[in-house]
Design a binder for this molecule. Structure first.
Ligand SMILES: *Cc1c(COP(=O)(O)O)cnc(C)c1O
Length: 371
Protein backbone atom coordinates (compact mmCIF):
# COMPACT_ATOMS: atom_id res chain seq x y z
CA UNK A 1 0.00 0.00 0.00
CA UNK A 2 2.67 2.50 1.01
CA UNK A 3 4.36 2.29 -2.40
CA UNK A 4 1.04 2.89 -4.19
CA UNK A 5 0.51 5.98 -2.07
CA UNK A 6 4.04 7.17 -2.82
CA UNK A 7 3.34 6.74 -6.53
CA UNK A 8 0.57 9.34 -6.21
CA UNK A 9 2.95 12.02 -4.97
CA UNK A 10 4.54 14.76 -7.02
CA UNK A 11 8.22 13.74 -7.34
CA UNK A 12 9.32 16.76 -5.29
CA UNK A 13 7.38 15.75 -2.19
CA UNK A 14 8.69 12.42 -0.78
CA UNK A 15 12.33 13.65 -0.48
CA UNK A 16 11.30 16.79 1.46
CA UNK A 17 12.39 16.89 5.10
CA UNK A 18 9.59 17.37 7.61
CA UNK A 19 10.02 20.72 9.37
CA UNK A 20 11.85 20.13 12.65
CA UNK A 21 9.49 21.68 15.21
CA UNK A 22 11.30 20.13 18.19
CA UNK A 23 9.78 18.40 21.21
CA UNK A 24 6.67 19.72 22.95
CA UNK A 25 6.68 20.43 26.69
CA UNK A 26 4.17 17.60 27.18
CA UNK A 27 6.41 15.10 25.38
CA UNK A 28 9.43 16.10 27.49
CA UNK A 29 7.40 15.86 30.73
CA UNK A 30 6.17 12.40 29.77
CA UNK A 31 9.50 11.07 28.54
CA UNK A 32 11.82 12.46 31.24
CA UNK A 33 9.44 12.72 34.20
CA UNK A 34 10.28 16.38 34.89
CA UNK A 35 7.54 18.87 35.90
CA UNK A 36 9.23 22.21 35.34
CA UNK A 37 10.16 22.87 31.76
CA UNK A 38 12.32 25.70 30.40
CA UNK A 39 11.08 26.19 26.82
CA UNK A 40 14.10 27.58 25.02
CA UNK A 41 13.67 25.80 21.69
CA UNK A 42 11.45 27.97 19.50
CA UNK A 43 12.41 31.63 20.05
CA UNK A 44 9.11 32.46 21.73
CA UNK A 45 8.77 35.52 23.98
CA UNK A 46 8.46 34.18 27.56
CA UNK A 47 6.80 37.41 28.75
CA UNK A 48 3.79 36.98 26.49
CA UNK A 49 1.70 39.66 24.81
CA UNK A 50 0.18 42.88 26.15
CA UNK A 51 -2.71 42.41 28.62
CA UNK A 52 -4.82 44.15 25.96
CA UNK A 53 -4.70 40.93 23.97
CA UNK A 54 -6.48 38.99 26.73
CA UNK A 55 -9.10 41.77 26.93
CA UNK A 56 -9.65 41.68 23.18
CA UNK A 57 -10.05 37.90 23.17
CA UNK A 58 -12.38 37.78 26.19
CA UNK A 59 -15.62 38.06 24.23
CA UNK A 60 -14.52 35.87 21.37
CA UNK A 61 -16.64 32.79 22.10
CA UNK A 62 -19.71 34.79 21.04
CA UNK A 63 -18.28 35.38 17.55
CA UNK A 64 -16.75 32.11 16.50
CA UNK A 65 -19.63 30.99 14.29
CA UNK A 66 -18.73 33.78 11.83
CA UNK A 67 -15.90 33.48 9.32
CA UNK A 68 -12.99 35.85 9.81
CA UNK A 69 -12.52 38.82 7.46
CA UNK A 70 -10.78 37.16 4.51
CA UNK A 71 -8.98 40.45 3.75
CA UNK A 72 -7.84 41.16 7.35
CA UNK A 73 -8.76 44.72 6.43
CA UNK A 74 -8.59 46.39 9.86
CA UNK A 75 -5.28 44.74 10.66
CA UNK A 76 -3.81 45.66 7.26
CA UNK A 77 -4.86 49.28 7.80
CA UNK A 78 -3.19 49.32 11.21
CA UNK A 79 -0.01 47.79 9.78
CA UNK A 80 -0.04 50.22 6.85
CA UNK A 81 -0.26 53.21 9.19
CA UNK A 82 2.79 51.99 11.10
CA UNK A 83 4.95 51.17 8.09
CA UNK A 84 4.16 54.01 5.71
CA UNK A 85 2.84 51.52 3.12
CA UNK A 86 -0.70 51.39 1.74
CA UNK A 87 -3.06 48.60 2.92
CA UNK A 88 -2.90 47.21 -0.64
CA UNK A 89 0.83 46.58 -0.16
CA UNK A 90 0.24 44.48 2.99
CA UNK A 91 -0.36 40.73 3.06
CA UNK A 92 -1.33 38.96 6.28
CA UNK A 93 -0.80 35.25 6.81
CA UNK A 94 -1.31 32.40 9.26
CA UNK A 95 2.20 33.06 10.53
CA UNK A 96 4.79 34.59 8.23
CA UNK A 97 5.67 31.01 7.30
CA UNK A 98 2.42 30.88 5.35
CA UNK A 99 3.52 33.95 3.37
CA UNK A 100 6.74 32.13 2.45
CA UNK A 101 4.49 29.30 1.28
CA UNK A 102 2.34 31.66 -0.82
CA UNK A 103 5.42 33.26 -2.40
CA UNK A 104 6.77 29.89 -3.48
CA UNK A 105 3.39 28.72 -4.80
CA UNK A 106 2.87 31.90 -6.77
CA UNK A 107 6.37 32.40 -8.19
CA UNK A 108 8.37 29.20 -8.52
CA UNK A 109 8.40 26.69 -11.36
CA UNK A 110 10.53 23.54 -11.39
CA UNK A 111 14.21 24.24 -12.04
CA UNK A 112 14.11 27.92 -11.07
CA UNK A 113 16.80 29.05 -8.67
CA UNK A 114 16.42 30.23 -5.07
CA UNK A 115 19.25 31.64 -2.98
CA UNK A 116 19.61 31.41 0.79
CA UNK A 117 22.25 30.62 3.41
CA UNK A 118 23.45 27.54 5.32
CA UNK A 119 22.35 26.98 8.03
CA UNK A 120 18.99 28.49 7.12
CA UNK A 121 15.52 28.83 8.55
CA UNK A 122 14.15 25.45 7.42
CA UNK A 123 11.22 26.77 5.41
CA UNK A 124 13.43 29.06 3.30
CA UNK A 125 14.67 25.82 1.81
CA UNK A 126 11.76 23.37 2.13
CA UNK A 127 9.07 25.45 0.39
CA UNK A 128 11.20 26.21 -2.70
CA UNK A 129 12.11 22.50 -2.94
CA UNK A 130 8.40 21.66 -2.70
CA UNK A 131 7.97 23.56 -5.99
CA UNK A 132 10.92 21.80 -7.63
CA UNK A 133 13.20 24.83 -7.42
CA UNK A 134 16.98 24.51 -7.07
CA UNK A 135 18.18 25.96 -3.78
CA UNK A 136 21.67 27.44 -3.51
CA UNK A 137 22.98 27.65 0.06
CA UNK A 138 25.74 30.13 0.88
CA UNK A 139 28.17 29.33 3.68
CA UNK A 140 28.88 31.55 6.66
CA UNK A 141 32.28 33.16 7.22
CA UNK A 142 34.59 31.39 9.71
CA UNK A 143 33.52 34.02 12.30
CA UNK A 144 29.87 32.88 11.91
CA UNK A 145 28.75 35.95 9.99
CA UNK A 146 27.17 36.49 6.56
CA UNK A 147 29.63 36.30 3.66
CA UNK A 148 28.67 39.55 1.96
CA UNK A 149 30.96 39.04 -1.06
CA UNK A 150 29.52 35.59 -1.71
CA UNK A 151 25.98 36.96 -1.37
CA UNK A 152 26.66 39.78 -3.84
CA UNK A 153 28.21 37.39 -6.37
CA UNK A 154 25.32 34.92 -6.08
CA UNK A 155 22.68 37.65 -6.30
CA UNK A 156 24.31 38.95 -9.47
CA UNK A 157 23.64 35.52 -11.05
CA UNK A 158 19.93 36.39 -10.84
CA UNK A 159 18.10 33.79 -8.75
CA UNK A 160 14.29 33.99 -9.02
CA UNK A 161 13.99 34.52 -5.25
CA UNK A 162 16.61 35.39 -2.61
CA UNK A 163 15.51 34.43 0.92
CA UNK A 164 17.45 36.66 3.21
CA UNK A 165 16.78 36.45 6.94
CA UNK A 166 18.09 39.61 8.57
CA UNK A 167 19.07 38.86 11.26
CA UNK A 168 19.67 35.19 10.55
CA UNK A 169 17.87 32.33 12.22
CA UNK A 170 19.58 30.14 13.55
CA UNK A 171 22.83 32.12 13.71
CA UNK A 172 21.71 35.57 14.84
CA UNK A 173 24.17 37.45 12.61
CA UNK A 174 23.10 40.45 10.53
CA UNK A 175 23.75 42.37 7.35
CA UNK A 176 24.50 45.91 8.54
CA UNK A 177 23.42 49.01 6.62
CA UNK A 178 26.50 49.08 4.38
CA UNK A 179 26.27 45.36 3.59
CA UNK A 180 22.55 45.64 2.90
CA UNK A 181 23.18 48.52 0.49
CA UNK A 182 25.73 46.35 -1.33
CA UNK A 183 23.21 43.51 -1.61
CA UNK A 184 20.66 45.86 -3.16
CA UNK A 185 23.22 47.11 -5.68
CA UNK A 186 24.09 43.51 -6.61
CA UNK A 187 20.49 42.35 -7.16
CA UNK A 188 19.33 42.41 -10.78
CA UNK A 189 15.81 43.01 -12.08
CA UNK A 190 13.94 39.72 -12.19
CA UNK A 191 15.01 38.66 -8.68
CA UNK A 192 12.55 38.99 -5.79
CA UNK A 193 14.31 39.91 -2.56
CA UNK A 194 12.47 38.35 0.41
CA UNK A 195 13.78 40.11 3.52
CA UNK A 196 12.62 38.02 6.47
CA UNK A 197 12.72 40.31 9.50
CA UNK A 198 11.19 37.93 12.07
CA UNK A 199 13.51 39.40 14.74
CA UNK A 200 13.45 43.06 13.67
CA UNK A 201 12.14 44.30 17.02
CA UNK A 202 15.21 42.83 18.76
CA UNK A 203 17.68 43.69 16.01
CA UNK A 204 16.77 47.38 16.07
CA UNK A 205 18.64 47.55 19.38
CA UNK A 206 21.88 46.40 17.69
CA UNK A 207 23.90 49.31 16.25
CA UNK A 208 24.23 49.11 12.47
CA UNK A 209 21.03 47.15 11.82
CA UNK A 210 19.57 48.63 8.64
CA UNK A 211 16.25 50.42 8.38
CA UNK A 212 15.39 48.26 5.37
CA UNK A 213 12.05 49.72 4.24
CA UNK A 214 13.28 53.17 3.12
CA UNK A 215 16.36 51.59 1.53
CA UNK A 216 14.20 49.12 -0.41
CA UNK A 217 11.84 51.89 -1.53
CA UNK A 218 14.74 53.93 -2.87
CA UNK A 219 16.23 50.86 -4.53
CA UNK A 220 13.13 50.26 -6.62
CA UNK A 221 13.53 46.53 -7.39
CA UNK A 222 11.13 43.71 -6.46
CA UNK A 223 10.99 43.05 -2.70
CA UNK A 224 8.87 41.97 0.23
CA UNK A 225 9.68 42.38 3.93
CA UNK A 226 8.25 39.67 6.20
CA UNK A 227 7.52 40.21 9.88
CA UNK A 228 5.70 38.25 12.54
CA UNK A 229 3.69 38.57 15.73
CA UNK A 230 5.19 35.27 16.94
CA UNK A 231 8.39 36.54 18.48
CA UNK A 232 8.62 40.00 20.09
CA UNK A 233 4.84 40.48 20.11
CA UNK A 234 4.28 37.23 22.00
CA UNK A 235 1.54 35.66 19.83
CA UNK A 236 3.25 32.51 18.46
CA UNK A 237 0.31 30.26 19.36
CA UNK A 238 -2.22 32.34 17.40
CA UNK A 239 -0.24 32.33 14.14
CA UNK A 240 -0.13 35.73 12.51
CA UNK A 241 2.55 37.31 10.36
CA UNK A 242 2.61 39.92 7.62
CA UNK A 243 4.48 41.11 4.59
CA UNK A 244 5.06 44.61 3.23
CA UNK A 245 5.46 44.37 -0.53
CA UNK A 246 7.04 46.76 -3.04
CA UNK A 247 3.81 46.82 -5.01
CA UNK A 248 0.14 45.88 -4.59
CA UNK A 249 0.52 43.64 -7.66
CA UNK A 250 2.61 41.19 -5.62
CA UNK A 251 -0.07 41.04 -2.91
CA UNK A 252 -2.69 40.41 -5.61
CA UNK A 253 -0.66 37.43 -6.86
CA UNK A 254 -0.50 36.01 -3.34
CA UNK A 255 -4.27 36.52 -2.96
CA UNK A 256 -4.71 33.98 -5.77
CA UNK A 257 -2.83 31.18 -4.02
CA UNK A 258 -3.56 31.71 -0.32
CA UNK A 259 -6.27 30.01 1.72
CA UNK A 260 -9.03 32.62 1.90
CA UNK A 261 -9.76 32.51 5.65
CA UNK A 262 -6.23 31.59 6.70
CA UNK A 263 -6.01 34.28 9.37
CA UNK A 264 -8.62 33.46 12.00
CA UNK A 265 -10.68 35.89 14.11
CA UNK A 266 -8.57 35.45 17.23
CA UNK A 267 -5.35 36.12 15.33
CA UNK A 268 -6.69 39.30 13.69
CA UNK A 269 -8.11 40.66 16.95
CA UNK A 270 -5.04 39.81 19.00
CA UNK A 271 -2.60 41.33 16.52
CA UNK A 272 -4.57 44.59 16.45
CA UNK A 273 -4.69 44.72 20.25
CA UNK A 274 -0.97 43.98 20.51
CA UNK A 275 -0.13 46.83 18.12
CA UNK A 276 -1.97 49.24 20.40
CA UNK A 277 0.49 48.53 23.20
CA UNK A 278 3.88 48.86 21.62
CA UNK A 279 5.35 49.90 24.99
CA UNK A 280 4.70 46.40 26.34
CA UNK A 281 6.50 44.82 23.40
CA UNK A 282 9.45 47.19 23.70
CA UNK A 283 9.82 46.46 27.41
CA UNK A 284 9.98 42.72 26.96
CA UNK A 285 12.42 43.10 24.06
CA UNK A 286 14.72 45.38 26.10
CA UNK A 287 14.68 42.88 28.96
CA UNK A 288 15.49 39.97 26.66
CA UNK A 289 18.38 41.83 25.01
CA UNK A 290 20.02 42.45 28.41
CA UNK A 291 19.50 38.78 29.35
CA UNK A 292 20.88 37.66 25.99
CA UNK A 293 24.12 39.55 26.52
CA UNK A 294 24.40 38.05 30.01
CA UNK A 295 23.80 34.53 28.68
CA UNK A 296 26.36 35.04 25.93
CA UNK A 297 29.04 35.95 28.45
CA UNK A 298 28.08 33.11 30.77
CA UNK A 299 28.19 30.54 27.97
CA UNK A 300 31.51 31.87 26.69
CA UNK A 301 32.82 31.56 30.25
CA UNK A 302 32.10 27.82 29.96
CA UNK A 303 34.69 27.77 27.18
CA UNK A 304 32.19 27.60 24.30
CA UNK A 305 32.07 29.71 21.15
CA UNK A 306 28.87 31.72 20.65
CA UNK A 307 27.92 33.60 17.49
CA UNK A 308 27.23 37.33 17.99
CA UNK A 309 23.44 37.71 18.05
CA UNK A 310 21.03 40.53 17.21
CA UNK A 311 18.05 38.34 18.17
CA UNK A 312 16.44 36.60 21.16
CA UNK A 313 18.53 33.43 20.78
CA UNK A 314 22.16 32.27 20.75
CA UNK A 315 23.86 29.81 18.39
CA UNK A 316 26.33 27.91 20.50
CA UNK A 317 29.26 25.82 19.24
CA UNK A 318 29.71 22.98 21.76
CA UNK A 319 32.88 21.74 20.08
CA UNK A 320 31.46 18.20 20.37
CA UNK A 321 28.36 16.37 19.05
CA UNK A 322 25.18 18.07 20.28
CA UNK A 323 23.15 14.85 20.81
CA UNK A 324 24.40 13.82 24.28
CA UNK A 325 24.41 17.41 25.58
CA UNK A 326 20.87 17.89 24.30
CA UNK A 327 19.77 14.66 26.02
CA UNK A 328 21.24 15.87 29.32
CA UNK A 329 19.44 19.21 28.96
CA UNK A 330 16.13 17.47 28.23
CA UNK A 331 16.57 15.25 31.29
CA UNK A 332 16.92 18.49 33.29
CA UNK A 333 13.71 19.85 31.70
CA UNK A 334 15.48 22.28 29.37
CA UNK A 335 14.31 22.29 25.74
CA UNK A 336 16.69 23.90 23.23
CA UNK A 337 17.18 23.24 19.51
CA UNK A 338 20.05 20.92 18.57
CA UNK A 339 20.97 21.66 14.95
CA UNK A 340 20.71 18.53 12.77
CA UNK A 341 22.15 19.74 9.48
CA UNK A 342 25.49 18.19 8.41
CA UNK A 343 28.29 20.54 9.44
CA UNK A 344 26.30 22.00 12.33
CA UNK A 345 25.67 18.99 14.56
CA UNK A 346 27.94 20.55 17.19
CA UNK A 347 25.61 23.52 17.61
CA UNK A 348 22.67 24.26 19.87
CA UNK A 349 20.31 27.17 19.31
CA UNK A 350 19.24 28.45 22.71
CA UNK A 351 16.35 30.91 23.06
CA UNK A 352 16.79 33.57 25.73
CA UNK A 353 14.16 32.98 28.42
CA UNK A 354 13.33 34.34 31.85
CA UNK A 355 16.11 34.67 34.43
CA UNK A 356 14.95 31.45 36.03
CA UNK A 357 14.92 29.49 32.74
CA UNK A 358 18.29 30.88 31.71
CA UNK A 359 19.83 29.92 35.05
CA UNK A 360 18.47 26.36 34.74
CA UNK A 361 19.80 26.12 31.22
CA UNK A 362 23.28 27.30 32.26
CA UNK A 363 23.38 24.93 35.20
CA UNK A 364 22.33 21.97 33.05
CA UNK A 365 24.79 22.96 30.33
CA UNK A 366 27.65 23.22 32.84
CA UNK A 367 26.78 19.80 34.27
CA UNK A 368 26.50 18.23 30.81
CA UNK A 369 29.89 19.55 29.74
CA UNK A 370 31.53 18.28 32.93
CA UNK A 371 30.05 14.78 32.53
C1 LIG B 1 9.99 32.34 13.58
C2 LIG B 1 10.38 32.67 12.17
C3 LIG B 1 9.43 32.85 11.16
C4 LIG B 1 8.01 32.38 11.24
O1 LIG B 1 7.22 32.93 12.12
P1 LIG B 1 5.65 32.64 12.10
O2 LIG B 1 5.42 32.11 13.46
O3 LIG B 1 5.29 31.70 11.02
O4 LIG B 1 5.11 34.00 11.86
C5 LIG B 1 9.83 33.21 9.90
N1 LIG B 1 11.12 33.41 9.63
C6 LIG B 1 12.07 33.26 10.55
C7 LIG B 1 13.48 33.50 10.17
C8 LIG B 1 11.73 32.87 11.85
O5 LIG B 1 12.69 32.66 12.74
Amino acid sequence: MASEILALARPEVPPLPVYNAGLSSAAVRARYGVDRIARLGSNENPYGPSPRVAEALAGLAQQVHWYSDADSQALREALARRSGATPAQIVVGNGSESILHMLCLALLSPGERVLTQRPAFGLHEIYPRMMGAEVELLDLTPALGFDVDAWCAALARGPKIAMLANPSNPVGCLFDTAAFARLLDATPAGTLLVVDEAYVEYARLTPGFPDALPMLRDWGGAWIVLRTFSKAWGLAGLRVGYGIACDAALVQLLDRVRTPFGVNIAAQLAARAALEDEAHMRQSVARTVVQRDGMLQAIEALGLRVAPSATNFLFVDLGRPNGPVNEALLAAGVIVKPWKEPGFTQFLRITVGTDEDNARCLQALRAALAA
